[in-house]
Design a protein around this ligand. Sequence first.
Ligand code: GTP
Length: 432
Amino acid sequence: MRLAVVGVGAAGSRVANRLVAFEQRSGRTLSGGNALLVTSKPPAFDAPERVSDERRVTIGDVHDAVDGGGTRGDPDLGADVARAERGELVRAFDLLDLHRVDGVLVLAGLAGGTGGGAGAVVIDRLQSVCDEPVYAVGVLPSASEGGRAALTAARSLRSFVEHADNVIVFDNDAWVSDPPVADRDSAADAGDDDAGTDGADGTDNPGDPVSFDPAAFAEVNEALAERLVALFAAGEFGDGSAPENVMDPSDIARTLDTGGVSTVGYASTDLPPNGGVRSWLRAVRGWLPWSSDDEEPTDAARITHLVRRAAGSALTVSCESSSADRALVSLSGPPRALSRKGFESGRHWLEREADVVDVKAGDDPIDGSTTLSAVVLLSNVTDVPPVEAMQTRALDYLDDAESERGRDDPAADRDSRERDADWGRFETADPR
Ligand SMILES: Nc1nc2c(ncn2[C@@H]2O[C@H](COP(=O)(O)OP(=O)(O)OP(=O)(O)O)[C@@H](O)[C@H]2O)c(=O)[nH]1
């Protein structure tokens, strides 16, 4: 699949930069450098820069509350600035070649004022200028960032789901071993005097800029980039020994066509440099739970094991897999390692596990590769505990804010908010 890649905010820019670096290093042509970064403060990178200065646009420079320092976690400000500067944004989209792509991938941290608020507007604008699907990758904040970050992320996720064709969620808490503490709540509490107007959610805007040490995210950004490249680039070298099995990029689009929230899993194992797959299969028989001395596990069992690992603990956001609407599995490795039997068994295991009748499956043959890997996509998952936990933190934060304001019955407000389908979404339409 050929994608244009758009990073919004600091987190989105770092992950987009990583993605471009990863595809270059692995000889892929997913974006081919067809990328753009949209930020409201100069981004700090966690890896050598692969997106040139000409492909970066800064928004909010002329806005007093931004002034080159970011939106300080205020997504309404982020959305307002992006709407006001939509002309500049659309001109920046000219830097992307949107005519030769199968889709656009927008990446952002959902708790960022720029990533979340401006990100929703960027997705909406891209939908209006591009005929192909616009997918998003939204990063959930860690719980240690506090209630305000959860509220921003909850509102951003609603807005992203509304405007994007699908939102792949990445859960920082599950991936960052030592989440950086950047408590936006304290900024909000202090923000009465110094931070301008109230947000649309009725709480005070935060006052102090929040910035994260990019190094803390280096490893997880690499892991996310690896998964995104494995998924979206699958099948691009589709001239392996069994072309009928090669992943069809339109199957990736069809799986994502559900809308909603999705998760990606990935697992890989090294193949021996020589000696062939057979000797590798013999060598690793010991780590399979069902192997015994007198029984040599089949290729199918090993590939099922890899798919099971990919769909298990290694998901970008954990979920109940049976809540998925559609699923896809792609196996990548040298053509000699991609057996027909393994391909079918991986697909059948996922059909049973995700309780999906038609799991799309395909091979991603890579000549000379020394690893065998499986990538799994579970699309439109509805039972996603980390998202539910984030929404609970967001509503608790609002309840606390309303109690402090002397409102009588925060619980009743909470009920009506939960019923309100429009709750939390940012204004993305053009200002009149
Ligand atoms: N995975 C990952 N998450 C990040 C990274 N940087 C920040 N985050 C997360 O993304 C959220 C948004 O942070 P930023 O990207 O710095 O914010 P922004 O979108 O630039 O918006 P403002 O600074 O508020 O204008 C944070 O709450 C963190 O949870 C990163 O490099 N990788």
